[in-house]
Every structure is written in C-alpha cells, then in structure tokens.
Design a protein around this ligand. Structure first.
Ligand code: HEC
Length: 148
C-alpha cells in the first residue's frame, strides 16, 4: 500500500509543480536582463519598422544565421535567440535574450535598429555598418519572432 501511494503521489506532485512554474508570471519574468544599453536618439527610438513581410523575415533570418558580417548574430545570440550562442560564454554583459517577452516588449523597434547599426560601446555588441538600413529592419523583424 505504501509503495502504491508513492508511485501515484510522486508523479502527481511533479506534474502539479511543472504547471505551477509555467503559469507563474514572477518566474517567467526572471529572463529580464540588467540592461545598461544607451538609448537611441528620440527620433530613431520612436521609428516604426517599415519592414515585416514574410519575405523580410526570411531575409532577416538568413542574415542572423550566417549572412551578417563580420559575425553572424547567431554566434552570440544563439539559435533560439536566448543569448546563448557559442561566443556568448563568459561575455559580460551577456548578449540580449530575444526570447524574453517580458523584456523585449519594452524595447521598441527603433532602439533595436540603432544598436544593430551602431553597437553598444564597451560590450561584445558591435555595430553592423556592413548592413544597409533595409537589411537592419529585416533583422529586427526576424528577432521579434523569438518572443512573439
Ligand atoms: C560578438 C557577439 C555578438 C554578435 C556577433 C552580435 N551581438 Fe547583439 N549583443 C551582444 C551583446 C553582448 C549585447 C548586450 C549589449 C548591452 O547590454 O548593451 C547585444 C545586444 C544586442 C541588442 C540589444 C539592444 C538593446 O537596446 O537592448 C540587439 C538588438 C542585438 N544585440 C542585435 C544583434 C544582431 C541583429 C546581430 C547580428 C547582425 C548581433 N546582435 C550580433 C553580442 C553580440
């Protein structure tokens, strides 16, 4: 009887705990990173993304995964956008976690655009002067997908 109880209760407790953790907004927000990134000038900060068609997103994905020079975004920001790419190890501050909805919802498109273009001084985030503005907007469209 004791054994039977254990085999029933243990999985139940595990399953209930998993549902509790998934549904707990306080825990979900733990992905929010400490962010000291300078803010884009107001006119760029407020600019809406002019791109966003499925073709733009596909072009953005290509740049993210391998096209962007000198280094593809995936090397640092990772395949799922979590900021856990191969080169991210030991990096301080860490690459932005694009999958973190709680944080990304407060960072406007214009800000993402500006940092991709100019980099974030004193961090691993370099500016991508090799990308045209249109290309940068396409990448912005793609990285939004990690949290949408
Ligand atoms: C060598 C590593 C590295 C590469 C390559 C890299 N990033 Fe980053 N990225 C970082 C780091 C580190 C930060 C965090 C900077 C900070 O905290 O200010 C960051 C931050 C960002 C941000 C956050 C902006 C903000 O205001 O919070 C965006 C957007 C971004 N990267 C986009 C990209 C895109 C798009 C590419 C490819 C075109 C790319 N990154 C390539 C390391 C990298």
């Amino acid at each position: 009887m004791k054994l039977l109880n254990k085999t029933i209760y243990l999985p139940t407790i595990v399953i209930v705990s998993i549902f509790f953790l998934m549904g707990n907004p306080a825990l979900a927000e733990n992905c929010v990173q400490e962010r000291k990134t300078p803010q884009a000038p107001q006119d760029i900060y407020k600019q809406a993304n002019p791109k966003g068609t499925p073709e733009d997103i596909a072009a953005g994905e290509q740049l993210y995964a391998k096209g962007a020079k000198p280094l593809a975004c995936v090397q640092c920001h990772g395949v799922t956008g979590k900021g856990d790419g191969k080169m991210a190890m030991g990096m301080k501050p860490k690459p932005r976690d694009f999958s973190c909805q709680a944080m990304m919802k407060d960072i406007p498109d214009g800000q993402l655009f500006w940092v991709i273009k100019n980099g974030s001084k004193g961090t691993g985030m370099m500016g991508f002067k090799t990308l045209s503005d249109d290309r940068i907007w396409q990448v912005v469209s793609y990285i939004r997908k990690f949290s949408n």
